[in-house]
Design a binder for this molecule. Structure first.
Ligand code: PEP
Length: 249
């Protein structure tokens, strides 16, 4: 069975509720015919607005983070059941900005990924090497270390319920895109790691993220192990994002 392409818009800390509504209204007619999974990741405050606006459409909604506990004294945090209550379907975990600026650790991710699955949310787990690691020839070592740690609490049978985003840190928001060959090599390696862990690796969706734009999407997505894209900057404009969805088929 071919894997359904998966294109996700990570808005980061952008778009008010009104702007989010405007985006969805502009995007919907442009992607009406798509066969892809299209996922929008707004800020917490705009989640419910996007959930309501996309009702009856193919768009799915993801949060950009969550806490690993279901409830408790964790000021400022939001849990998986809270996201599920407002019909959010997925959650980005381990984005490099959260690892870098908010001290997101592999230990926390090892708890977050199973917590998301237990609440019925699809985790979009981000992994990727720094520029120094790539230059030092340590890309695979970093990816393997992150995957083994972050997925340590997930049974083999559940591994393919996780979407993995390969996001080289040096390509995020920098305008420097990995070459299609670099993206393919890393995504194929990720699939192998999941296969070795006993997951249904052929069903696993692996995304590339890092300065994806309408102009480079088709080439990146043509690679056999690149099943979709996690898009930051170019996902802020409905026309650009629709162009990437279109490139995915
Ligand atoms: C991201 O935020 O996950 C991302 C890939 O950003 P950009 O597309 O702007 O590089």
């Amino acid at each position: 069975m071919p894997r359904t392409p998966y294109i996700a818009a990570n808005w980061k800390m952008n778009k008010t509720i009104a702007e989010a509504a405007e985006f969805v209204d502009a995007l919907l007619p442009r992607i009406a015919a798509t066969q892809c999974d299209v996922v929008i990741c707004p800020s917490y405050l705009a989640l419910q607005e996007v959930v309501e606006r996309r009702r009856g459409t193919a768009i799915r909604v993801a949060a950009q983070n969550m806490h690993e506990e279901d409830w408790g004294a964790f000021t400022g945090e939001v849990s998986a059941p809270m996201l599920g209550e407002i019909e959010v379907e997925a959650v980005v975990l381990g984005h490099s900005e959260r690892r870098q600026f908010f001290n997101e650790t592999d230990e926390a991710l090892a708890r977050k990924v199973p917590a998301a699955l237990a609440a019925g949310l699809e985790p979009i787990l981000c992994v990727g090497e720094s520029e120094a690691a790539r230059d030092g020839g340590e890309t695979e070592e970093v990816l393997e270390r992150q995957l083994q740690a972050d997925l340590s609490g997930v049974e083999g049978a559940d591994l393919s319920k996780v979407v993995i985003a390969y996001e080289p840190v040096w390509a995020i928001g920098t305008g420097r895109t990995a070459t299609p060959e670099q993206a393919q090599e890393a995504c194929a390696f990720i699939r192998d790691v999941v296969r070795m862990r006993g997951g249904a690796a052929d069903e696993l969706r692996i995304l590339y993220g890092g300065s994806v734009k309408p102009a480079n999407a088709a080439e990146l997505l043509s690679k056999p192990d690149v099943d979709g894209a996690l898009v930051g900057g170019a996902a802020l404009d409905p026309g650009d994002f629709a162009g990437i969805v279109e490139a995915a088929g």
